[in-house]
Design a protein around this ligand. Structure first.
Ligand SMILES: [Zn+2]
Length: 256
């Protein structure tokens, strides 16, 4: 098992973007997907800390908007997908599936390619966390802006194969609305009602629903269960192949 990644903190940008701040050495952080610079600078200033690296999952503006001003201020290294280098801020290091980047002496970021939301989308496995941008959300998944259902299903299957105790760090706080969609598929599920109450309480207290263990997603996220015959039977989708079932669920979610 990978060692836990301690003290990762979210910085909220805009309405629901989560910039994950990972401490590396004392006084130094790595930022995942800084969509804006201001809130990240405020966070670092309050910690009297600096920024060593920025890791980018994909090219959307709400994930990269803060990259250039942060680089100008901190001189940090910017890392992103080789395949999308032409449409990302200039990269100090381009990475692809299977690459491993050292963030400090102990902490490594392992690169996974997870196309679907965008074609060059990456996820980073760091310690016991998976930082997956807009691929997998709490009880949901990203929209298919560029990829096919087959690509997204394959990417989600790759994330699902990670250990149960992997902690999910997604790019948005979308858990509650996704849980409402999940409950619409399974209205009598008391565990889903309990989870909604649990997460609602956390949000009401000003907290975030992430990270939480991937085990929870494997059990309840409808998009990770597109090959689960019991789940499909419950939805009247018996006999559909996983990609078609996934596409059907994603279409329902688009209109939810
Ligand atoms: Zn996006």
């Amino acid at each position: 098992m990978s060692p836990p990644t301690p003290n990762v903190e979210p910085v909220l940008v805009g309405r629901d973007n989560l910039v994950w701040m990972i401490p590396t050495i004392p006084g130094c952080y790595v930022a995942i997907d800084p969509g804006e610079a201001g809130p990240v600078v405020d966070f670092l200033t309050a910690q009297n800390a600096t920024l060593s690296h920025i890791l980018i999952t994909h090219h959307h503006g709400d994930h990269i908007g803060g990259v250039e001003p942060l680089r100008a201020r901190y001189g940090c290294a910017v890392i992103g997908a080789e395949a999308d280098a032409h449409r990302l801020p200039s990269l100090d290091l381009t990475v692809r599936e299977g690459d491993r980047v050292a963030l400090n002496r102990q902490l490594m970021a392992d690169v996974l390619e997870v196309p679907g939301h965008t074609l060059g989308h990456l996820a980073y496995r760091i310690g016991d966390g998976i930082f997956c941008g807009d691929t997998l959300f709490g009880f949901g998944c990203g929209r298919l802006f560029e990829g096919t259902p087959a690509q997204m299903w394959s990417s989600l299957s790759k994330l699902r194969a990670l250990p149960d105790d992997t902690r999910l760090f997604a790019g948005h706080e979308y858990t509650l609305v996704n849980l409402d969609f999940t409950r619409s598929l399974d209205p009598d599920n008391r565990e889903l009602a309990r989870l909604r109450h649990h997460f609602m309480t956390i949000l009401d207290d000003g907290g975030f629903t992430l990270p939480h263990p991937l085990q929870l997603e494997k059990a309840f996220n409808p998009f990770l269960n597109a090959d689960n015959p019991v789940f499909l039977a419950h939805l009247g989708l018996t006999g559909l192949d996983p990609v078609t079932a996934f596409a059907t669920l994603r279409e329902r979610r688009n209109h939810f």
